[in-house]
Design a binder for this molecule. Structure first.
Ligand code: PLP
Length: 423
């Protein structure tokens, strides 16, 4: 077996354990075995703090803490192939000279969304920052008050605008915004009209929003670009899978939005990336912004994103794990649950609710099937599951530990069941 730790790592752990013993007021030295256990414990914790694969049994499909979207096999193979050898990352194979990394996914993105041009950066937050920095520095951005969202993980639209050097002009009331509100807020300092996806909240009751087409019409009339932070960025209708209908990226483009930004690793099901699609002249200006050098994506992201997009372009998007999980039928989930129940003593099949997650569609549940485990202390079982191999992240529901089968990939079943067999 390959060693897990180098000599120096072990030495540091031993030193740290001995150090604690030398502290003034420390008790008498414990037996040697106890010291060895303490050193092993430290090394175990060190290993747990490295990046490791886990089994997601939470039922939250796009779990931000668990790395959001798992990738399709084609995307993973492309990353391995591109990593193993040299690539045409910045080399033009037809012209035989220097090429642009930014061109590698443009055709696919334009074909799928109907946009004239596209640009990929590190994540959606970077995409929004680049938009603001390019078009709104020192000028005003007009946004409806009802769309000033904080996503979590430090992305808060008003703060991003401020960091980008733009002045936020909030219009409308919390629940109602009219086109007139936008119109009256315009000044010679206005640079962009902006829309943002509410992502993780809903305003219910008496509400009124400005339709994208109305805003586009105003933008055209006064000569200002209309940009939209779509957040999740769906390319196919999620209602087919029992989720609420999300406005598609291609719809935003068809409605005339000049620039649309969205994430690569939310409902798209690809690698972490921020994708901007829209008008040729505006994308060109963003491409020429020196900031792009700091926000650019690496070859692995480009490889994985291109293959993920190709799956959409060839009607194979159900090979993307996010869609495979959505599409899993109840009979198949029940079948797998029966296997779990016969392998794990004291477990039973339960109907449960899974969630899309990923900072979008927060409330909408998907019917799912879980396996509930009877254990005296659910907290202790949760801990054992997440620190053993494979590391399983589960949740407690009604006093019992629950494994939701919708987010456990069928190919993981053998590992999970083997772990229970050995425990
Ligand atoms: C998730 C989200 C973001 C941030 O996307 P990242 O790719 O995580 O940077 C920005 N805006 C909206 C509306 C979002 O939903």
């Amino acid at each position: 077996m390959e060693p897990l730790f180098g000599r120096e790592q072990v030495k540091r752990s031993v030193a740290a354990v001995l150090e604690a013993l030398r502290e003034p007021g420390a008790a008498d030295p414990p037996p040697f075995e106890t010291l060895v256990q303490a050193v092993c414990g430290r090394l175990h914790v060190a290993k747990m703090n490295t990046l490791l694969p886990v089994v997601n049994a939470t039922g939250v499909l796009l779990h931000t803490n668990l790395g959001r979207a798992p990738l399709a096999v084609d995307a993973l193979n492309a990353m391995a192939a591109i990593g193993r050898s040299y690539s045409n990352l910045e080399y033009d194979l037809t012209a035989g000279g220097r090429g642009s990394r930014y061109a590698r996914t443009t055709d696919l993105l334009c074909t799928l969304t109907g946009a004239q041009d596209a640009l990929v950066v590190n994540n959606c937050a970077a995409a929004v920052l680049l938009m603001i920095d390019t078009f709104a520095k020192g000028r005003e951005v007009v946004v409806a008050r009802s769309q000033l969202v904080e996503i979590g993980g430090g992305f808060r639209l008003p703060d991003v605008l401020r960091r980008g050097g733009a002045h936020l002009v909030e219009v409308g009331a919390t629940n109602k915004t009219y086109l007139d509100d936008f119109e009256r807020a315009l000044s010679p300092q206005s640079s962009l009209l902006m829309r943002s996806h509410a992502s993780n909240f809903r305003i219910a009751g008496f509400t009124r929003d400005v339709a994208p087409r109305e805003l586009v019409e105003l933008g055209r009339r006064v000569g200002l670009p209309v940009v939209e932070d779509l957040g999740s960025g769906a390319l196919v209708d999620l209602a087919v899978y029992g989720l609420p209908r999300e406005r598609l990226v291609q719809e935003a483009i068809a409605e005339g939005i000049d620039l649309v930004a969205f994430s690569g690793d939310k409902v798209l099901g690809g690698p972490q990336a921020g994708i901007i699609v829209g008008s040729r002249t505006l994308v060109a200006r963003m491409r020429n912004n020196p900031l792009i050098r700091a926000l650019r994506v690496d070859k692995f992201t480009i490889a994985a994103l291109a293959e993920t997009l190709r799956l959409y372009a060839t009607q194979r998007h159900e090979e993307i794990p996010f869609f495979a999980m959505l599409a899993a039928g109840e009979p198949a989930l029940r079948e797998r649950a029966r296997r779990y129940c016969s392998a794990i003593p004291g477990s039973s099949m339960v109907e449960t609710i899974a969630y899309a997650g990923g900072g979008t569609l927060p409330e909408q549940g998907l019917p799912s099937i879980g396996v509930a485990l009877d254990f005296v202390s659910p907290g202790a079982l949760l801990e054992r599951l997440r620190t053993n191999t494979p590391r399983i992240i589960a949740r407690v529901h009604e006093g019992r530990v629950l494994l939701d089968l919708r987010t456990i990939a069928p190919w993981e079943d053998d590992f999970v069941l083997a772990a229970f067999a050995s425990a």
